[in-house]
Design a protein around this ligand. Sequence first.
Ligand code: ZN
Length: 827
Amino acid sequence: MLALLYVLPVSAQTPASYTSADIFLQLKKLKVLGSVLYMAAHPDDENTRLLAWLSRERLYRTGYLSLTRGDGGQNLIGDEQGIDLGLIRTQELLAARRTDGAEQFFSRAFDFGFSKSTDEALEKWGKEKVLSDAVWIIRKFQPDIIITRFPEDSRAGHGHHSASAVIAHEAFKAAADPNRFPEQFKYGVQPWKVKRIVWNTFNFGTTNTTSNDQLKIDVGGYNALVGKSYGEIAAESRSMHKSQGFGVPGSRGTQLEYFTLTEGDAAQNDLMDGVNVSWSKVEGGNAIDAQIDDVLKNYSLTEPQNSVPDLVNLYKTLQALKDGYWKKQKMDEVQRLIEECSGLWLEATTGNEMAVEGDSVRISIAINNRLGAPIQLNKINLDVLDTTLSMNLEKNRNVNLQRTFYVFITKPISQPYWLEHKMSDGSFTVNDQTLIGKPQNEPPYQARFDLVIAGQSFSIYKPVLYKHTDPVKGELYQPLAVVPSSTVTTEPSIVIFRKGEKQSAEVAITVTANKKFDNYKARISKRLTYDNSTKTDSNFNMQPGMQRQYIFKIDNGMLKEKEQDFVQAFVELKNGTEEQPAYLNLNNIRYDHVPYIHYFYQDAIKVLNIDIKTAGKKIGYIEGAGDKVIIALKQMGYNVTVLNEKDITPLQLKQFDAVITGVRAYNVHTYLESKHEVLMDYVKNGGNLIVQYNTSNNISSVTSKIGPFQFAITRNRVTDEKATVNFVLPEHAVLNYPNKITAKDFDNWVQERGIYFAEQLDPAYETPLSMADPNEKEQKGSLIIGNYGKGKFVYTGLVFFRELPAGVPGAYRLLANIIALNKKKGF
Ligand SMILES: [Zn+2]
């Protein structure tokens, strides 16, 4: 991949611009033939200051391998979880890399949430699979040294962290071993020996692993060509992790980084001790180094285009070298510099965000040789279009062309490559070895410009981008997505039937046309395990954007003895012989700090047929940082009212059987501090306040009082979703009314049991449950209940926000009991 160095593009897709100082720094980089790979587990683990310093001060080719995409993290900016969050964090990481100048890689490992042990992480990921990925990336990237963020033991603080160090260490050895992963060699890689692997020790306040006898390097300098210190660049890079709330201030002055050897040759004074990072390591390299010196000496800040002929000569000299890693790398860099020095503008854009299969796309091509370097444009190629021009590009003259092409039905849709196949619990499925490690897909369409610059032929590729102007945000460039001719959604997301009663519900299948359909016939199928049915629409005439909804009736008889099933939809669209099947829905994720994200999934309705009783009807919900609990509550039959700050008054609250706060509500709404008394009065008068988890960590802590009696929110959690749940108070109402809770209700939970448990409890709290992760002591803080006046107060770290959308029956039954706590007398 090409790293866009030294620039801070406003949005990820906006074409980069380069000042003469940016270009000068890149010219200097031509002299450096060294590379470093940094390795850790998650987006945000990386040391952005060190990466910025390696990439821009030392001018090494610098990479960060994050084993996972951070799918299991928290989300402070929206309600995306799991792979959706991983997609956002992938883009945040790429935004960080555009800032610090490093390149980005991933393995197939899935971030399945907090893990307490290295062994659990390696087992769930599939150690050989992830090791193979790390070895592949090392063999391709060929780093001189590897730096890990974490040690291989518990000082790493998270099972994924220590596991990332284990993988790095083993990959260091395996990459050099021709007997390890030999199946990779047919894809063009060879064994690669890394000089050393070191651990970048840290002082995180609670854990200090640095010491004076370690290798120390000051990375706190100032880069005059960038106009920033490495601490300032690092802060901008780290602040891209917005979903994690990692905005940090810039720093100036000395900043020491510490390193200790894991394996390989020890370094005494410098990370690169004993590594030749100059052209002298390449046959014929000394002459090239001298040639680069001449380019640097003659470089003009005001007329960078004057360097174009010299750079073209340098390119030709490189071309004559024996094939090898640095030849290829430096030829790419020189070509980019020729483009930048000439001020050449090349773009291919469309006014549509989507290229629809079976429809056409109109492309605008814009060319401008802004500084008048000697450039001839011969040809433009785009998909099946070839345009021969053979024209001299005059200085600062706009050349504009319009072209339209057809998007074949066989054109692959823009599905991120790691989501193309069904994943396993701990890792993504990617069958194409050559895709492993890549941060994202290649753009679906690229324009190739064939040029002759100072007598030498070059082909420059530009992705086709969606370009538009927003009245507030200005000119925007976004990725172009290839989508199917129609998309299919289902609703509602969950249907809950009460077992034993004959119940039915209506479900809807909606087909959205993404292009025009004339005289098509649609066949819409609804599928349950034991019940399929179809409808035919012989008049499927649709304009782009039009939707048609088809209603089907389901009942709990169709589930037979199943407690949980799914409704899925399949649609066939036919016009004579042409047939277009449809079953995928498009998910758009949009935030300002990253490019638009698109991916496809098959929508489904979760259908539960469970023995569930509820007591109470009206629920007030104070939304937190984002969760899908309200949808579940409505399906359970409650009337849910969303409460804002102004609604939290004694008169309003009085009407509710229970008031529930969304996840992290006390973290995101500081106003709740001033509502404590009102909420406690509501409880005292017979209400039931149920507080879902809030966090206590370096990102945000709760200052407000939450309950009627003291308790502290800790970072304690039970991550094993199969951990045994013990009933400490088996007679307690919460385990008996209106539903009898048994061990079975804790079957099939997903990801974890609970997080941010309560501790240091006032004795007034009851703790009906206890649970523990393997080899840890029992914890009682997952669910605490306080009797206050005539009402109840509940704090729970149990992850209802995950289990309810996942359709876990026991989570519904337990939540119904928590809501009913103030209804049952005598407990
Ligand atoms: Zn981490």
